[in-house]
Design a protein around this ligand. Structure first.
Ligand code: ZN
Length: 390
C-alpha cells in the first residue's frame, strides 16, 4: 500500500508536494490571510515496519527559522503519548524526519497537539465541578465561544489566558495543569488561592486558529497579541470580549501563556517599557520570577527576550496593555518547543506533562507572592481614592 498523508482534521496542517515510495516532500501551509507558518500536524498511514523519510521543504521561510536547529518532531501511536522523533535533522532549510512506524496509522506534529475537541472536554469537565463558574465572553469570527472559567471568591482578580497564538499548544497543556490544581479540593495552595483570589481562566483565546491548524493568527490572519490597544469586532473580537470582561473586573495579576520556537528554556517577559511603570509593579514582577525560579528547576531568568528601554514598550501586546491599563503585575510566560536544555529529556523533550508541572509551580509562586500582591492592591486603591478626592 502507498503511504497516505492527511491533515483534514481538527488542528491539522500539511501539504504533500511530492511522494516517491517511502520518501515524501511536504510543506507547511500558511495561516489563512497571513504569511505566518510553522505548525504542522498530520496523519501517516500505510507505513508499518517501513523506513519513511519525511522532508518539510519550506522551513527556511517559516515564522521562526531559528526554531529548527536542535528541534525534533513528535510522533504518537495513540494521540495521547507524544515522543520525539530521534532522527530529526535540519539542514539547508529542510527538516528531515526519518522513522519506522511500528503500526499502520501514526500521527506526527510540531508539538503535542491540543485539539478543540480536547478543549471542549476540559471546559465541560471543569465547569461541572463544585465552585466553578462558566461564562462565554463572546464569539470568535468562526462562531466559536471564548470560554472563561471562574474559580475562587477572593478580592484579588487574577486572569490567566493562553493560546493567543494557536500553534503554541503547550500553553493549553499548561492551562489543563493550572485548572487541575486550582480545582483540587485537597491542595493547600489551591485552597488559599481560592480564598484570596478570584480566577478567570481563558484556556484558549484563539479557537479559530486552533481548529484551522494556524501557528499565530485567527480566522482572518490577525495576530491577536498585537490588538490589545485597539481590538475590533471585525478583526479581533476574541481580544475585544476578553478585554471588556477585564475592564469589568479589574486586574491585579495576569499571566499570558505562550510557547517560543527558538529559545530552549522557560522564561517570563514583562512590561518594563510602559509609560506609567511603577517601582512597586516592577518589584512584584521580579519577586514572582525569583520565587518561580526557586520553586521549579524548569524555570530560569538568564535567557529570554531583550528588555525594552523606558517608554519603548509595544502597547499592542496584552502584557504591556494590562500593566498600563490596570497598574497590575502582568507577564508573558514562554515555554520551549524544543526542550529546557538545562534539564533535557531525550524521549519527550518539552512535553504536556512538563507544561502542567510548570503550571503547578506558577500557582505555587503566586501563592508565595500573595502578601506583596495584596499590599500592592491596597496601595493602588488608596492612590485611586486620593485622585478622586483631589
Ligand atoms: Zn506566542
Amino acid at each position: 500500500m502507498a503511504l497516505v498523508i492527511s491533515s483534514a482534521f481538527d488542528a491539522g496542517n500539511i501539504r504533500v508536494v511530492k511522494q516517491d515510495g517511502g520518501k515524501v516532500d511536504l510543506e507547511i501551509v500558511k495561516d489563512h490571510m497571513s504569511d505566518f507558518y510553522q505548525w504542522f500536524y498530520f496523519r501517516l498511514a500505510g507505513a508499518a515496519g517501513r523506513e519513511v523519510t519525511l522532508r518539510i521543504t519550506n522551513c527556511a521561510g517559516a515564522a521562526y527559522p531559528n526554531g529548527w536547529p536542535d528541534y525534533k518532531g513528535v510522533m504518537s501511536l495513540d494521540r495521547e503519548e507524544w515522543v520525539r522523533i530521534a532522527d530529526t535533522r535540519f539542514s539547508g532549510g529542510v527538516l528531515t524526519m526519518k522513522l519506522t512506524p511500528p503500526q499502520d496509522v501514526v500521527w506526527i506534529a510540531y508539538f503535542a497537539p491540543y485539539s478543540m475537541e480536547r478543549h471542549h472536554d476540559l471546559v465541560t469537565q471543569t465547569a461541572a465541578l463544585e465552585g466553578v463558574g462558566y461564562r462565554s465572553l463572546g464569539k470568535s469570527l468562526d462562531g466559536q465561544d471564548i470560554d472563561c472559567l471562574q474559580i475562587g471568591e477572593g478580592p484579588l482578580n487574577v486572569w490567566l489566558y493562553a493560546r493567543q497564538h494557536p500553534g503554541e499548544t503547550m500553553a493549553e497543556w499548561w492551562m489543563e495543569g493550572a485548572l487541575e490544581k486550582l480545582t483540587d479540593e485537597d491542595d493547600p495552595v489551591a485552597r488559599v488561592l481560592r480564598k484570596e483570589c478570584t480566577f478567570r481562566v481563558v484556556p484558549n483565546m484563539n479557537p479559530d486558529g486552533s481548529r484551522r491548524g494556524h501557528l499565530r493568527t485567527n480566522a482572518v490572519g490577525v495576530n491577536l497579541n498585537r490588538e490589545w490597544h485597539a481590538p475590533s469586532a471585525e478583526k479581533s473580537p476574541e481580544v475585544l470580549c476578553v478585554r471588556n470582561a477585564m475592564d469589568e473586573t479589574g486586574v491585579d495579576f495576569a499571566m499570558d501563556v505562550h510557547g517560543d520556537e527558538a529559545i530552549p528554556a522557560n522564561f517570563l517577559a514583562g512590561f518594563e517599557g510602559i509609560p506609567s511603570l511603577s517601582d512597586r509593579q516592577l518589584k512584584l514582577f521580579n519577586l514572582f520570577g525569583e520565587t518561580l525560579e526557586r520553586l521549579s528547576p524548569d524555570f530560569q531568568r538568564s535567557q529570554g527576550y531583550e528588555v525594552p528601554a523606558p517608554g519603548e514598550a509595544n502597547m499592542s501586546m496584552s502584557t504591556t496593555q494590562l500593566a498600563e491599563r490596570y497598574g497590575c503585575v502582568s507577564m508573558t510566560l514562554e515555554m520551549p518547543f524544543k526542550d529546557n536544555f538545562d534539564l533535557p529529556d531525550d524521549v519527550y523533550g518539552w512535553s504536556p506533562q512538563r507544561s502542567k508541572h510548570l503550571a503547578y509551580a506558577c500557582l505555587d509562586a503566586l501563592h508565595g507572592v500573595l502578601p506583596e500582591l495584596k499590599a500592592a492592591k491596597a496601595e493602588r486603591g488608596t492612590a485611586k481614592r486620593e485622585k478622586v478626592e483631589a
